[in-house]
Design a protein around this ligand. Sequence first.
Ligand code: IMP
Length: 338
Amino acid sequence: MKIYSKEDLNNYSLSLTYDDISLIPLEISQVKTRNEINTKSTFIGEELTVPIVSSPMDTVTGIEMAKELTNLGCIGILNRFNSTLNEILNNENNLENIKAVSISLTAEEKLIEKLAEKNIIICIDTANANNAFVLKKCEEIKKKYNTRVIVGNIAHGSTLKQLVDSGADAVRIGIGGGSVCTTSVQTGIGIGQVSSLLDVYFTKIENKLNIALIADGGIKSPGDVAKALACGADVVMLGRMLAGTKETPGEVIKYNDQLWKKYRGSASFGVKMKNEFIEGEETLVPYKGAVKNVINGISDGLRSAMSYLNCNSLSDLQKIDSFSVLSTSSYLERLPRK
Ligand code: IMP
């Protein structure tokens, strides 16, 4: 069997995603227990305990989620829908302990000014960062204020230099891979998440570009988190893995004797509520209780992966260069059976 390096994977003829690859431990691990492993990192100036950022979706990140993720050493990016942003403008206390806020291209200057004043990361939340108006907005914000800006999304490194030139501090990588995303079905656009990530990673390395990479969409498990980081992501962005937790906006629903919460795409009908082009779905996910348990589960899985791979730190994990490409049968063999 061939052991693939990141570069080999990047040159692979087909586009790959998380289920197509796995990590291969090649060394004797010097790690005694996973508890001694450190998952701390710095992401665009923020100290993180676990490299997790929440999706700025209306069923994932409201004020409660953002504050709790800050407590847990992660970043919650407040969604730009409903009344969340008004709540911020009307009550500055709501900005305490919040690390990032998403805005639309048409956001009011008053809001941007307030976020910049408080040194809160601004995420320009669009479906496609390869767009002149997105770049212009990023450039305007960066010229006017001393603040950090996240842009997104891209599926390939071809325009990374332009994003960096517009002043972007971080970029969300992934088009078509989100679990409630219908972009690829509706438009035919997008590539597998691993291939997207690797292409952007190598573009960054080869051109010595200074921008942080966010693996966004399609992450289903702690194992996928480990794979994304090993493919060069600085942090992962999670929608579905955090959906259904206590801290997400929305009610707990009882249906068929089980508890559920709503999870929907930012471009779903439920969010738009008008007859526009729809690129997202709406669904119910099982109620999961406190988000702290989900984050702890991911942290445990990640540290366990790192102990197999003899990695003491996230920067060691990002240097991993031994992957396999799985046949469908070997992928299925990896799943538990009843
Ligand atoms: P998940 O973690 O696989 O559920 O993916 C979450 C990601 O899906 C988000 O961070 C967005 O990048 C993306 N996304 C959210 N809403 C939509 C939508 O309506 N259409 C397409 N992509 C979406």
